[in-house]
Write a protein that binds this ligand. Structure first.
Ligand code: TRP
Length: 444
């Protein structure tokens, strides 16, 4: 067996894991979800959830990887036997499903870097932008072409390996991402009238808090931290046995929360300053924001910078969605890395084709939703919560006290919070994840 490649440094690991966490979820979903669910009140709940569940499940995944030095399937198999290995396999499959539609949206962001540079999407009338967006995503070849370009960027990087591929890309792209975010936030916060956007994001409104607020915050927290499909197991497996985890996971989480907050402080002031009202997801990103940018002094520079930011965030996340499958096939099957990467990339792209076409080019529906929505729902609504649930049960109950031994960075030096960690994985995370599942599948 060849020796496993490791991160060049702990900072490299933190950058890569933060690059995974900070993605489309932070920029296009967090700000709207927060604003709609009571602003500052939602933030408090979200931070509480991150501090309790986010930290615990993140550490559980990283420890599983660090101990076993294996991919998700191998990690579960080594510690729990062949039946538990299925939990890892579920993660690998989830990765293919997520990546198949993630590259479609990431392709749109690439396209909009171009469109906003050439001035093709510079109307201040959202109705015009809406029909432009609809015509673009509803086309056949253009969106597929951009998704293919994005998939190639991901594959080339991942094929480069851990240190020279994933780590190096993140070390360049993450500082760029934060630089863009900070510059955009400064511009947005100095817009006259932007204050209303800050208020929408931050002013606590406890009347909007309900049971649904908690499950929205939980789902957002898990997706944003890339939990539930073995991404962090895989990234953890490239750590050395004695690499310290406490500070590293604190840093990953802080960067993820910071990026989400900054994205909100860019998007909401811009939207409100020009008299628009925020909406969710694609509409906000590709219709409302371009209209506001077009109305804004300096908008011709700001708009491409914003879409570049989105593309960068999507790229560093996509690397981490692909890597678990690559790690599995190279570890367990002995396939060569480049060959595996290109085969998996092709498979993801093929699975992405119907998602892209279902945006208008063809009438592709599955289980009563568009193909795209079904993929999104299957992955984020069902497979990720199940994956996180199995991970919590495995580490909390099956591995149990042995996990405590492994959590320590050096033998015997248990961190003071290790008991609380185990209690959360045993008693708090599983019911919360069941709640998300029941909510997302419409049972409650
Ligand atoms: N966290 C990323 C985002 O916010 C998406 C992501 C990357 C992800 N890797 C993941 C989500 C693994 C779930 C599981 O967009």
């Amino acid at each position: 067996m060849t020796t496993r490649e490791h991160w060049g440094s702990r900072l490299g690991f933190v950058m890569a894991a933060a690059g995974s966490a900070v993605g489309l979820g932070n920029i296009w979903r967090f700000p709207y979800t927060a604003g709609e669910n009571g602003g500052g009140a939602f933030l408090l709940i979200y931070l509480g959830i991150i501090a309790v569940f986010g930290v615990s499940v993140l550490l559980a995944e990283i420890v599983l990887g660090r101990v076993t030095q294996r991919n998700p399937v191998g990690a579960f198999k080594q510690l729990g036997g062949p039946v538990w290995a299925l939990a890892g396999l579920l993660g690998v499959i989830t990765g293919f499903v997520i990546l198949s539609f993630y590259i479609v949206v990431a392709g749109w962001t690439l396209a909009y870097v171009g469109f906003s540079t050439t001035g093709a999407v510079s109307s201040t009338d959202p109705a015009v932008l809406e029909s432009q967006f609809g015509a673009f995503v509803g086309g056949t070849w253009a969106p597929l072409g951009y998704a293919a370009v994005f998939m190639v960027l991901v594959a080339v990087t991942v094929a480069g390996g851990i240190g020279r591929g994933i780590e190096r890309a993140n070390k360049v792209l993450m500082p760029l991402l934060f630089l863009l975010l900070i510059a955009l936030a400064v511009r947005a916060l100095t817009l006259p009238g932007g204050g209303a956007g800050v208020a929408f994001l931050l002013q606590p409104d406890f009347s909007k808090v309900s049971g649904a607020t908690f499950s929205a915050a939980l789902a957002q927290a898990f997706f944003s931290l890339s939990l539930g499909m073995g991404t962090m197991i895989t990234y953890g497996s490239y750590l050395g046995r004695h690499d310290r985890l406490g500070v590293a996971s604190g840093a990953i989480i802080s960067l993820d929360v910071l990026a989400a907050m900054l994205a909100g402080l860019v998007i909401m002031p811009v939207v409100f300053a020009f008299g628009f009202s925020p909406s969710a997801g694609a509409g906000l990103t590709f219709i409302t924001l371009p209209a506001a940018f077009a109305a804004m002094p300096g908008g011709t520079l700001i708009a491409p910078a914003f879409f570049l930011l989105l593309a960068v965030a999507a790229l560093t996340s996509a690397l981490s969605i692909l890597e678990p499958a690559i790690s599995w096939l190279t570890d367990e099957r002995g396939w060569s890395r480049p060959r595996t990467v290109w085969a998996c990339a092709l498979l993801c792209f093929a699975l992405g084709v119907p998602s892209s076409l279902s945006m208008g080019a063809a009438d592709l529906t599955l289980f009563g939703r568009t193909f795209f929505d079904t993929m999104d729902f299957a992955a984020t609504g069902v497979m990720l919560p199940v994956g996180a649930l199995l991970t919590s049960i495995f580490v909390g109950w099956f591995w149990g006290h042995r996990a405590l031994v492994e959590l320590a960075d050096t033998p015997g030096a248990d961190p003071w919070w290790s008991r609380a960690w185990l209690l959360i994985l045993r008693f708090i995370a599983p019911p919360a994840l069941v709640l998300i599942l029941l909510q997302s599948t419409g049972v409650i």
